[in-house]
Design a protein around this ligand. Structure first.
Ligand code: ADP
Ligand code: MG
Length: 745
């Protein structure tokens, strides 16, 4: 029996999904797999687990598992459901490094990656009576794989007399990839459509589309209340928040009634008095178009990737007086993005302080994963930050691109949850017309060697035959298989025999014992290989530290962004000098120098741990505190994983790790080359430089164009003839990251 508070009970009754409780429960009873579609905010994530709990699905041995593509959602939804049910010990979450699961847990929220790891330990997922795959429309790689695996696990469980249910939940009605895919479900699962109960949203297009400073454009509708702004990444979110706080300062005790028309009048007056120096935007530039009310074809984009790239926390700068508006219009400005601390995230669900107007500035986490109450105005920049990979070379870059039409409509829909709303698109309708209709499934856009290794470890040898909702390209599968063979994770395919058979064999190589060990490490195969080799010469603690550092993005603060004021830029110059000095120190001497950037990482991790991994140490030495904390957690996790594979080494994380000896450095370099062997580059010899673009360039086997060593690299001056690199990122040039020297034989 669940005892809910009257307020919770009342709020629940307003959710469209409540009307469908019987339908949902009956469909689940009658079918092994059920699909539920319902507009964001209709109550799927918070209510369906409760229906199942009350329906007795967690009363036996099995529990209810729910997967989310994002950590934010897993954590905040578990808290919300625990609160709604007033049963805090029954509802838990598990994300990569942390969780609060106990023996009492009956409803478990987790990231999709966590469940995939559990399948490796127990293919039948015997602890669960139900699995709910949430946010399936996001088409994250792990979600897709999980649906494929569960389409096999569910019938197996039923056959073994341990029945299990699968629910797939989506915020869009476009679910054919799951339901119409014969390879996936031979009998199409029933689809329950939850009435959207969406209010109309009027769309206002910009007449022209700003190419730069679109965050500036998003400042103008700020005299409204209940605003949600979609930007592309953390840096942008923080910078707009700062501008808004300056333009509309909010101080305690300085609040007026949040009357929009009054606020607007004051805003206009303030503007005339020139106290506001916001970008001047003519309201007449916006045309109003009613959005199709019957627009059912909505879909969100794939998982946002705003976690990538640098995520500087930009503090307020009191010296900046660039924007000032009438201070009597208090705006309560809140940032929102995946990596934001949970306490900060939780703020968006609480009502703003009385007499203030809520304005949330978000990346696309607010597109479908989280429903923010009280939003009436949406400002959409129309863009999204994504990581792009080159199919052949694996070169990746973060790019901000236009989002899809489906995604833009999903964003607009956020304005119509509680009453009719407005969406201001900072781009023209013509530009919108050129957007792709839907975003692509993530699996078709990135290398898949990690997935292939995981599948082989599950004894799925013929990965091509796996029931992917959308299969990755054949090229990507072949490339993955080749890499894994070269790393020794898969058996070599036969070289003789009939052409067709060889081809077939090349795509179905079974896993080797080394491959199994690698699969048990929660890092990409190249790094897993290094861990598997690390036992020599007591190198493991170093390998673990280096691998952890390579896996976490952006150890060092990005000090190259332009200074905002004279003052700040002189401070920046100082900090840059300090970081350069530290890098030189961490790079070591003699033999260590050859390990290059990896030695710098190792030195940074060692020094930071030695100092107790404090924000102060990081700040003083140009390290990103968040990254260092993540590395610390990952070191712990990798140490446990290695101990599980070879308990005899009895590893532990030593905060006072001494620098490696010369012998160990030699050994580390061999290990690094073994892992990154296919990422080899050779310096172009002076006599070969015919084209000036090749000056100081390196040649890689797969690319026609040169790649370079970044000026901040430890090997920038040395320029060894042969190097291996961690990855190539395209920014202003093609730069190798994580460079280490290889001695020519
Ligand atoms: P869906 O999964 O269909 O998008 P949810 O179950 O996430 O819908 O949300 C249902 C309702 O619960 C929404 O109105 C949302 O505002 C509310 N809600 C979700 N999380 C919280 C929270 N932490 N605090 C307050 N309300 C919340
Ligand atoms: Mg949801």
């Amino acid at each position: 029996p669940v005892d809910r508070s009257p307020e919770i009970q009342e709020a629940r009754l307003k959710l469209p999904i409540l009307a469908e409780e019987q339908v949902v429960m009956e469909a689940v009873r009658e079918n092994p797999c059920v699909v539920i579609c319902g507009e964001t905010g209709s109550g799927k994530t918070t209510q369906v687990p409760q229906f199942l709990y009350e329906g007795g699905y967690a009363s036996g041995n099995g529990i209810i598992g729910i997967t989310e593509p994002r950590r934010v959602a897993a954590v905040s939804m578990s808290h919300r459901v625990a609160k709604e049910m007033s049963l805090s010990t029954v509802v838990s979450y598990q994300i990569r490094y942390e969780g609060n699961v106990t023996d009492e847990t009956k409803i478990k929220f987790m990231t999709d990656g966590v469940l995939l790891k559990e399948i490796q330990k127990d293919f039948l997922l015997q602890r669960y009576s139900v699995i709910i795959i949430d946010e399936a429309h996001e088409r994250s790689v792990y979600t897709d794989i999980l649906i494929g695996l569960l389409s096999r696990i569910v019938p197996l469980r039923n056959k073994k007399g341990m029945p299990m249910k699968l629910l797939v939940m989506s915020a869009t009605l476009r679910v054919e990839d799951f339901t119409e895919n014969q390879k996936l479900f031979r009998t199409p699962p029933p689809v329950i459509r939850v009435d959207a109960r969406q209010f109309p949203v009027t769309i206002h297009f910009n007449k022209r589309t700003p190419l730069e400073d679109y965050t500036g454009e998003s400042l103008w509708p700020m005299f409204f209340s209940g605003i949600l702004v979609f930007l592309t990444g953390q840096v942008e979110v923080h910078s707009l928040c700062r501008r808004l706080r300056k333009a509309f300062p909010f101080r305690k005790g300085n609040t007026t009634t949040a009357d929009t028309s009054e606020a607007m009048r004051k805003f206009k007056k303030a503007k005339q008095k020139k106290t506001v120096s916001l970008p001047r935007i003519d309201l007449d530039n916006y045309s109003a178009l009613p959005v199709d009310e019957g627009d059912e074809d909505r879909e969100a984009g794939i998982g946002d990737e705003e976690d990538g790239g640098s995520d500087l926390d930009i503090g307020d700068d009191p010296a900046d007086t660039e924007e000032k508006a009438d201070p009597s219009i208090p705006l309560y400005v809140l940032p929102l993005y995946s990596l934001l601390a949970p306490e900060q995230q939780a703020k968006v669900f609480r009502p703003p302080p009385p007499g203030t107007r809520l304005c949330v500035v978000s990346t696309n986490v607010a597109e479908t994963s989280l429903t923010i109450p009280g939003i009436k105005y949406v400002v959409d920049c129309g863009r999204v930050k994504k990581r792009f990979y080159d199919r052949v070379t694996g070169v990746s870059s973060f790019k901000v691109t236009w989002t899809s039409q489906a995604s833009a409509n999903q964003r607009a829909g956020r304005a119509g949850r509680t009453e009719p709303g407005h969406c201001y698109r900072l781009y023209s309708s013509a530009v919108f017309g050129d957007f792709s209709l839907f975003s692509e499934a993530e699996i078709t856009r990135r290398p898949v060697e990690d997935l292939v290794l995981q599948m082989k470890d599950l004894n799925i040898d013929k990965v091509v035959n796996f029931p992917f909702p959308t299969p990755p390209s054949a090229e990507a599968l072949v490339a993955a298989e080749q890499l894994l063979v070269s790393l020794g994770a898969l058996e070599e395919p036969p070289r003789t025999g009939r052409v067709k058979e060889i081809q077939r064999a090349r795509l179905s190589c079974p896993i080797t014992p080394l491959g199994r060990a690698m699969a048990s490490f929660p890092v990409a195969p190249r790094y897993a290989k290094m861990l598997a080799l690390g036992k020599q010469q007591d190198c493991l603690p170093y390998v673990i530290a280096v691998v952890a550092a390579m896996t976490v993005r952006e150890l060092f603060e990005d000090l190259d962004r332009p200074g905002r004021s004279e003052d700040e830029s002189s401070k920046l110059t100082q900090r840059r000098a300090r970081l350069t000095q530290m890098r030189r120190l961490w790079a070591g001497q003699g033999a260590s120098l050859l390990l290059g950037d990896l030695m710098v990482m190792l030195g940074a991790v060692g020094a930071c741990e030695f100092a107790g991994c404090t924000p102060k140490f990081c700040e003083a030495n140009g390290l990103r505190y968040k990254a260092m904390v993540e590395i610390r957690k990952l070191r712990g996790q990798l140490t446990n994983a290695v101990n599980a594979v070879c308990p005899e080494v009895g590893l532990f994380v030593d905060p006072e790790m001494t620098p490696p000896t010369e012998q160990q450095v030699f050994c580390l370099r061999q290990i690094v080359v073994a892992g990154l062997g296919d990422h080899l580059a050779r310096r172009v010899q002076a006599e070969d430089v015919l084209d000036p673009k090749w000056k100081n360039g390196y040649k890689t086997p797969l690319m026609d164009d040169p790649v370079f060593i970044h000026p901040t690299s430890a090997l920038f001056k040395t320029m060894p003839e042969f190097v291996v690199y961690q990855e190539i990122m395209e920014t202003t040039k093609m730069y190798m990251r994580g460079v280490s020297a290889v001695e020519a034989e």
